[in-house]
Every structure is written in structure tokens, then in C-alpha cells.
Design a protein around this ligand. Sequence first.
Ligand code: DQA
Length: 142
Amino acid sequence: PVIFVLNGPNLNMLGTREPEIYGTTTLDDIAGMLEDRALELGFEIDMRQSNHEGHLVDWIQEANASGARAVLINPGAYTHTSIALHDAIKGVSIPVIEVHLSNPHAREAFRHVSYVGQAAKGSIMGFGAQSYMLALDAAARI
Ligand code: DQA
């Protein structure tokens, strides 16, 4: 079974992007960690990143249509703006888990609303790259 891991805008810059907030682990590093853990759990990871909102909508629909087990999504800043992502998640039957490296609730007020979190099965945030690993473990247990 496949678990999609979708990453939104600016997450391609991980490693050099505001390392005091997001750490120095790159998205490729995270992909490697997830693949190792998925192998242990008996899953396959399909990891993607886009800076474009519509790609993320398309991929949520594709995950559902292709019979994937779950979607992990770090929507980046679209977390706080995207009713399109909220609707996409509401419109599919597979579980979608929201993931963040930082804890948006402990940051600026504009990060305190999550349209994605309001549609997601659950949310894991604030544990850096480990947030993705915890979300994978959660997805594997659903
Ligand atoms: C983020 C948190 C968002 O508020 C921010 O816009 C990001 C990264 C995180 O993983 O901590 O791009 O999703």
C-alpha cells in the first residue's frame, strides 16, 4: 500500500530556509527517513513537492483515485489560506493527516488558523522532521 506525502510552497528550500525555525534537514533527507520507516511498516512512500496550490489539489484527488492508504500533507503557507485544499480533503474518502515542522500555534497570529486542519483526520506539528515520522506511524495504524 502507498502513502502519499505532499509538500507545499517553499519546502523545497528546507535546509537553508530559516534554519532557526525549520532546522537544517533537507526535504530529500526527510524522504529518505520516511522511505526507511515505510519499508519497516510495509508501506511505500510517494513523496512530492510543489509551490503551486492546484498541484496539491490534483495530488489529493489522485491519491484517493489510485487507492492510496493515506495522505500526509505539509501545505506550507497554504495551510492558512486555502479553502481549495480544505474542500479537496473534504471531498475524498482517504484519511489526510496535516504535518508541520514548526508549531504554527506558537508563532504569528496569521498562522493560528488552519483551513487544512479543519478538514484533516488529525494534525502533527512542532517536532521538526520527526513530525513526518510520527504522522507516518499514525497513518500506518489507521
Ligand atoms: C509550515 C508552517 C507554515 O506556517 C509555514 O508557512 C510553512 C511551513 C511548517 O512545516 O512548519 O511554510 O508548514
